[in-house]
Design a protein around this ligand. Structure first.
Ligand SMILES: [Zn+2]
Length: 209
């Protein structure tokens, strides 16, 4: 990566939170393996703009299986005409599992986008919430925040590779940014998804680094 490229690229760290690590409420496969690498990347100050997303749900969030009687975690339901995976309760606002991971020096961070705060709508992407009751996907404001700083390229890593990292990179592309994913600094909920994730990224012109 050249310094020229970095000047206009932003690093987006997706949901690096204890609940997505082994032992957490919604553990990703080897999720904790990315913590030292992300910490080193931030300490190296390679990116002028660094944004973290933070999954941040109120208790009883619509994405929690516990909200849907008779349903189990990881089942899929129809929600507002779209598929919605039901998850274990995770990243509840104010809990330790929802914090930005304490094993990382976050001092290089410019902004935090908290997502999933609407009790009735999930939010995988850092750019836009999932489809709501009216069919729209409300913006989080991240695209405007980046554009006003002259950013035209984003580099995405974090958790989970097959869900929030993927959706964030796809939205970046759809919203006009060049995008790439740092594969080794991301982990999936389950590695059986990796081939499909890789194919989806490549199909949309998203780089895999
Ligand atoms: Zn969530």
């Amino acid at each position: 990566m050249t310094s020229n490229r970095s000047a206009h690229a932003a690093l987006i760290l997706v949901d690096v939170q204890p609940d997505f690590m082994p032992g957490g409420a919604l553990a990703c496969h080897e999720g904790d393996a990315i913590v030292p690498g992300i910490d080193a990347l931030l300490r190296a100050r390679r990116f002028r703009h660094v944004v973290a997303t933070q999954d941040w749900h109120p208790p009883g969030h619509v994405s929690f299986a516990s909200r849907h009687p008779g349903r189990a975690a990881f089942e899929r339901i129809d929600l507002y005409g779209q598929p919605q995976t039901l998850w274990p309760d995770h990243c509840v606002q104010g809990t330790a599992g929802a914090e930005l991971h304490p094993g990382i020096d976050w001092s290089a961070l410019d902004a935090v986008i908290r997502k999933g705060s609407d009790p009735a709508v999930d939010s995988y992407s850092g750019f836009r919430e999932n489809h709501g009751p009216d069919g729209s996907r409300p913006s989080t404001g991240l695209a405007g925040w980046l554009r006003e700083r002259g950013v035209d390229e984003v580099v995405v890593c974090g958790l989970a590779r097959d869900v929030c990292v993927l959706w964030t990179a796809q939205d970046a592309r759809e919203l006009g940014f060049r995008a790439s994913v740092l594969w080794d600094l991301s982990r999936p909920v389950t590695p059986t998804s990796d081939a499909a994730t890789r194919a989806a990224l490549l199909e949309q012109g998203i780089g895999i680094v």
